[in-house]
Ligand binder design. Structure first.
Ligand SMILES: *Cc1c(COP(=O)(O)O)cnc(C)c1O
Length: 412
């Protein structure tokens, strides 16, 4: 045994030692032997502008000279105030609750929705979620996630939720199911437009808009899990914008600090805040974590919001989206691929194999092959996706897609 570390989503019985990464810059990682690796999945979907963006690093350094951590139940601090105000301006939602990860942002959102309903004359408890959904790996978020491989051992402890069929070619069934379930439901939770861990599946903004309409008609709260889609991934700052939808609750994490430090935020409507606002201390929103709104993480997030406001990030994203589409198109007539798709800066395609799915035998072989080529890609089974930081260049994208082409030749 060379390392005592138990890595996430890793079958150690099948995995050799991992490269030890020493540095990161822009779209590149470098290991201890000096091998350079192109980070084509933004280090698990978190790095937005690129590794070690100078303005974010400067903010972290400056904050480190002032305040490292302070209890957030009794105090506030300027970086948190700046991030909260910035997020309110960006989203139109008036209340901001901090936590530390995507999973906790979703847990907080679910608890806010249930707390809201507890304060109503006729409380509701049921949550509706989408087939193929992924909302995190804590018990509460696994319950709203799709059931199967990732959570089978815990299934007996997961609470029941109502499930909508994923809108594949048509949304008719999805919307009809929502219409049927809505009268009893407290909340609908969705990943807007892009289901990430479920296989990089996309659906149209019109469907999200239609779901919001049904929810509004029945008083069902809409929880938008933009942990992945937030901060530009789908081509707009938030995916909900493309549907013209303001959710009741919005969960943010991955790109909130530009990916540099762990921080999450759950934004809520005034009605949800007011449902907890009372001289009765029993109606307090009882949620916290030790590091809620850590000042250094908030300083990174404030610098990230400042970048969004001062630099043409959306233009960069549009250029990246076009470049991504062009590379993807080169596989259009390649019979080894199917399901070519792109939303914003993210592309995905499926390799035609006899055993499709997350456990497809080809997955680990692909990942190893890509790493040998100096490209970090981590296929979801036979689904290869490319989700680079926004600083990636056209020449760097060529490296990624050349490697994908070679992999198809080698393995299919
Ligand atoms: C990654 C992800 C989460 C969980 O975030 P963590 O920071 O890993 O806990 C939740 N929802 C979505 C849509 C995600 O992609």
């Amino acid at each position: 045994m060379s390392s005592p570390i138990w890595h996430p989503f890793t079958q150690h019985a099948l995995t050799p030692d991992f490269p030890l990464i020493e540095t990161g810059e822009g779209a590149w990682l470098t290991d201890k032997d000096g091998k350079r690796i192109l980070d084509a999945i933004s280090s698990w979907w978190v790095i937005t502008h690129g590794h070690r963006h100078p303005k974010i690093m400067a903010a972290v350094e400056a904050q480190g000279k002032k305040l490292d951590q302070v209890i957030f139940a009794s105090f506030t601090h300027q970086p948190a105030e700046d991030v909260a105000r910035g997020l309110v301006e960006m989203t139109g939602l008036p209340r901001v609750f901090f936590s530390d990860s995507g999973s906790t942002a979703v847990e907080v959102g679910l608890k806010m929705a249930l707390g809201y309903w507890q304060a109503q004359p006729k409380p509701r408890h049921r949550i509706i979620a989408l087939e193929h959904a992924y909302h995190g790996d804590t018990i509460g978020t696994m319950a709203v996630g799709t059931r199967g491989l990732f959570n089978a051992p815990y299934e007996p402890l997961l609470y029941n939720v109502d499930r909508l069929p994923f809108p594949n070619s048509s949304a008719t069934e999805t919307l009809a199911a929502l219409e049927r379930l809505a009268p009893d439901a407290a909340a609908l939770i969705v990943e807007p437009l892009l289901l990430g861990a479920g296989g990089m599946l996309t659906y149209a903004p019109e469907i999200l808009a239609a779901m919001k309409k049904i929810c509004a008609r029945h008083g069902v709260l809409l929880i938008a899990d933009e942990v992945l889609t937030g901060f530009g991934r789908t081509g707009t700052l938030f995916a909900c914008e493309q549907a013209g939808v303001t959710p009741d609750i919005l969960c943010l994490a991955k790109g909130l600090t530009g990916g540099a430090l762990p921080l999450a935020a759950t934004l809520a409507s005034e009605a949800i805040f007011q449902a907890h606002y009372s001289p009765d201390r029993a109606r307090t929103f009882f949620h916290s974590s030790s590091f809620t709104a850590n000042p250094i993480a908030c300083a990174a997030a404030a610098a990230n919001l400042e970048l969004w406001n001062s630099e043409p990030v959306l233009d960069r994203i549009q250029a990246l989206a076009a470049a991504q589409q062009q590379r993807l198109d080169s596989f259009q007539s390649d019979a080894r691929f199917s399901g070519l798709r792109r939303i914003g800066t993210v592309t995905a395609l499926d390799l035609k194999v006899s055993d499709p799915g997350y456990l497809s035998g080809i997955g680990p072989n692909l990942a190893r092959f890509f790493l040998e080529k100096g490209v970090l890609l981590r296929p979801l089974g036979n689904t290869i996706y490319v989700m680079p930081p926004y600083c990636v260049t056209a020449a760097e994208l060529d490296l990624v897609y050349d490697a994908i082409g070679e992999a198809a030749k080698k393995f299919v």
